[in-house]
Design a protein around this ligand. Sequence first.
Ligand SMILES: O=c1ccn([C@@H]2O[C@H](COP(=O)(O)O)[C@@H](O)[C@H]2O)c(=O)[nH]1
Length: 275
Amino acid sequence: MTGFGERLHAALAERGPLCVGIDPHPELLGAWGLTVDAAGLATFTEYCVEAFAGEVALVKPQVAFFEAFGSAGIAVLERAVAALRESGTLVLADAKRGDIGSTMAAYARTWLSDDSPLCSDSVTVSPYLGFGALEPALQLAQETERGVFVLAATSNPEGAQVQQATVADGRTLAQVMVDEAAVRNAGAAVLGSVGVVVGATLAAAPDLSALHGPILMPGVGAQGGTADDVRRLAGDHLDAVVPNVSREVLRAGPAVPALRDAVARAVDGFAFLRA
Ligand SMILES: O=c1ccn([C@@H]2O[C@H](COP(=O)(O)O)[C@@H](O)[C@H]2O)c(=O)[nH]1
């Protein structure tokens, strides 16, 4: 197996520069004519897997919407992750984990260990307990050739209160997280496996020039970010940016062809990222 960054780079080139989110909001379950319970969640997720598996480069299940249904929801998530990975579609578990090192090690095993039922290709992590606290996840990802996406500058307006605060040398905390990720990617052949999250809703991105890793850009569509915003924030890093779209695609469901058409439209809208 090659490293996650390299596999992601190849998948984006083959299937288009897009991450599609599986976010089973209660409103969407209702709009799809499904019950807001574990059975509705299972059907919603099956439609998504059928529409996206083998078609999309990266799929990002939002773990919170599965956890909300307890063990039955987690079972749905386990099946979806396995089916997507089996099809060759890379999976990013959006779990945003971050804790003291010993607890972080357990989170890392959950999402990044070969023998875990939730084992994914990559996971989102929060560095705001200190980047060093992420070490168990960074280490396991390296050992198992998986990836992590570190929250740097998130798409929600509240994030700025913490992420735009500055440290002694004048850098923002968001920039510190990007720079820490860059250290981990040094020497990677194509693209490193430590990505960052930079919201498509931001006025400006941190300096990404040294990152050499994937840049997940959520916030397009439902949160107001546009393809032009992605272009503006991507700067010179077109082949590293992966826009995420969740509700904007999912609102086209539940018909599988309609979901696939929505994916195709989104990929077309980001054609400039292939440059
Ligand atoms: O900064 C961030 C980090 C993660 N997200 C997640 O991405 C999707 C966005 O969903 P949309 O429906 O396209 O708005 C969702 O799962 C968020 O938790 C983010 O939006 N911003």
